[in-house]
Design a protein around this ligand. Structure first.
Ligand SMILES: Nc1ncnc2c1ncn2[C@@H]1O[C@H](COP(=O)(O)OP(=O)(O)OP(=O)(O)O)[C@@H](O)[C@H]1O
Ligand SMILES: [Mg+2]
Length: 122
């Protein structure tokens, strides 16, 4: 299993959510987030202007998935969160050791079932 974290523009959240749902990914956590990118680096190199992206409203999304669903989920977020402007956000992936579905005790892949995994959902 892997965890995908994505820090996206709040203005792109509904797009990202509905595109994820089209991929069968309708389970994730999210919360409002603040942060800074690498504005100094950009200024230093005169790269893509000197926009201060610190005040762009952002949402932080966290999704734990079976490995088989990771690539399409990353691609989906990358495409649906894109504007091409400075400050579009970041996506990170982590290995996940264990996951437990509290309602039925399912462990691992069976607890993070996604599209086509209906046989795994008890
Ligand atoms: N290396 C990082 N580690 C953790 N969070 C990051 C990292 N880089 C960016 N972020 C988070 O992502 C948000 C958006 O960063 P992003 O890199 O898109 O903005 P930017 O650096 O201003 O613009 P760009 O990289 O498009 O030039 C930041 O506000 C911060 O919350
Ligand atoms: Mg950046």
């Amino acid at each position: 299993m892997k965890k995908i974290e994505a820090i996206i523009r709040t203005s792109k959240f509904e797009d990202v959510k509905s595109k994820l749902k089209e991929q069968g990914i309708d389970f994730f956590s999210y919360w409002d987030a603040s942060g800074i990118g690498n504005e100094d680096l950009r200024r230093l190199h005169g790269y893509r202007g000197t926009v201060d992206t610190q005040f762009i409203r952002r949402i932080f999304i966290s999704i734990v998935l079976r490995d088989i669903n990771v690539e399409k989920t990353v691609d989906c977020i990358e495409k649906s969160a894109f504007t091409g402007e400075v400050g579009d956000g970041m996506i990170f992936c982590y290995n996940i050791e264990e996951s437990v579905r509290i309602s039925n005790g399912a462990r691992g892949d069976a607890s993070t079932a996604g599209p086509g995994d209906i046989k795994l959902i008890k």
